[in-house]
Ligand binder design. Structure first.
Ligand code: TYD
Length: 205
């Protein structure tokens, strides 16, 4: 009955944080899930990425993946009273597709919000990991910005979008400096999730 999402640019450290959380939060028996790829629709998304489909096709496939994810995983788990922790969620669309659709449709964020309106399940809380793009690229591939110029330009815009979205909803977002030592990031996020789980669960009693 509590939905927590983790978001951030590629290389921001979500994967190692999630494997640490799987251990430290095991007593809460959370349902760990992800976007894209919790259902077969995710395979079509990966294909669209690999074939460099046009940005509108890609955005709609990510939204379709979200719909299938809600139906197959998120809604049933919340209905069963579980704590759900999702690796990426709607904010990934708002940050990434706002950037990829720039110049293709007039108001990408407005369009993306309209696409989700009325059927999505808003997260209770969201952890945003923030790391300078150059550092994220170094962590991901061991190479710097110059070797990844195109990707770096896109990720800068994605990061700006994340920061803008989180500033609009300060009550929902916990923004974490992912440049801190891994154990520190893990300790902060783990205790925040425990606290949210305790306080948000009692809403329904
Ligand atoms: P992800 O599976 O998290 O990356 P990885 O393969 O490294 O584990 O996500 C794949 C890519 O898709 C990543 O660059 C982020 C992007 N993405 C979007 O552009 N929009 C979305 O809505 C989502 C969920 C992901």
């Amino acid at each position: 009955m509590v939905l927590i999402t983790l978001d951030g640019i590629d290389g921001s450290g979500k994967s190692s944080l999630l494997s640490a959380l799987e251990k430290s939060l095991s007593d809460l028996s959370p349902v760990f899930t992800r976007e894209p790829g919790a259902t077969w629709v995710g395979e079509q998304v990966r294909r669209a990425i690999a074939e460099r489909a046009d940005p509108v096709t890609e955005a709609l496939l990510f939204a379709a993946d979200h719909a299938a994810h809600l139906e197959a995983v998120v809604r049933p788990a919340l209905a069963a009273g579980r704590l759900v922790i999702s690796d990426r969620y709607t904010d990934s669309r708002y940050a990434y597709q706002s950037a990829t659709l720039e110049g293709i449709i007039p108001d990408p964020l407005g369009w993306l919000k309209a696409v989700h309106d009325g059927w999505t399940v808003p997260p209770d809380r969201t952890v945003l990991l923030v790391l300078p793009v150059a550092e994220a690229l170094r962590r991901k591939s061991g190479k710097g910005v110059s070797e990844h110029f195109e990707e770096a330009t896109l990720l800068e815009r994605v990061q700006e979008n994340y920061l803008r979205i989180s500033a609009e909803e300060p009550m929902r977002f916990l923004v974490i400096d992912a440049g801190q030592p891994e154990e520190k990031v893990h300790a902060l996020v783990s205790s925040a999730i425990r606290e949210w789980h305790g306080s948000l669960r009692s809403r329904h009693r």
